[in-house]
Design a protein around this ligand. Structure first.
Ligand code: 6OG
Length: 190
């Protein structure tokens, strides 16, 4: 059975943690849904959208340095993942998102660097307080959605970002080898 279909069905009906045949745990979130493949850690990504534009940000240090991406990071202690998305956006580009939606769940596996494995929850917002500005970690810039610089982004982005921009929701899983090579990918629109 397609696990993504099962996930959607189980979470709609049950809304409780549940064991699955593929040894993962499902968790219900009141505003969304996601799966945690324990002990995979989570991270967030949040895109600001307006008219035909998307806000990307240049990562100035750490994981993904030198790439255009969006803002996000990891939860502190037991922080709710939606709160993480908001806090990271405040810290990295100095705005407060006001209407965030969970639009994708991406599982990333790194064959030769399993310490990088992470599940990224992707959010969008159309409303925010403040003007995006640079921090020591991120330098934001608006792009027309026709001019997204995919060649300077993570190589998985072309496989799910266009779907998000056309209003779809996505569950996906990517396995990376060395040198940014994608060894395996599964992308499901929901
Ligand atoms: P920090 O280590 O900076 O959080 N992230 C990815 N984003 C994209 N688009 N593709 C990937 O493919 C990614 N892997 C991780 C999630 C890391 C930030 O990088 C994002 C977080 O926003 C592998 O705290």
């Amino acid at each position: 059975m397609n696990p993504y279909v099962l996930r959607h069905t189980v979470l709609s009906d049950a809304c409780i943690p549940i064991s699955t045949p593929w040894q993962s745990k499902l968790f219900y979130h009141p505003k969304s849904f996601f799966i945690v493949k324990s002990p995979m850690r989570q991270a967030t990504l949040l895109f600001l959208l307006k008219e035909n534009q998307i806000l990307l940000a240049m990562k100035k240090r750490g994981f993904g340095v030198g790439r255009w991406n969006s803002v996000g990071g990891k939860p502190k202690d037991n922080e709710d993942i939606f709160d993480t998305a908001i806090r990271e956006t405040q810290e990295e580009i100095n705005i407060t998102p006001l209407d965030i939606s969970h639009v994708a769940t991406l599982d990333f596996y790194f064959k030769n660097k399993s310490e990088w494995d992470q599940q990224v929850l992707v959010f969008t917002t159309h409303e925010w307080k403040g003007e995006p500005s640079e921090s020591e970690e991120m330098n934001p810039k608006w792009f027309n959605i026709k001019d997204i610089p995919f060649e300077s982004m993570w190589p998985d982005d072309p496989f799910w970002l266009p779907q998000i921009l056309s209003g779809k929701k996505v569950n996906a899983s990517f396995t990376f080898g060395d040198n940014d090579i994608i060894l395996n990918k599964e992308i499901h629109e929901i």
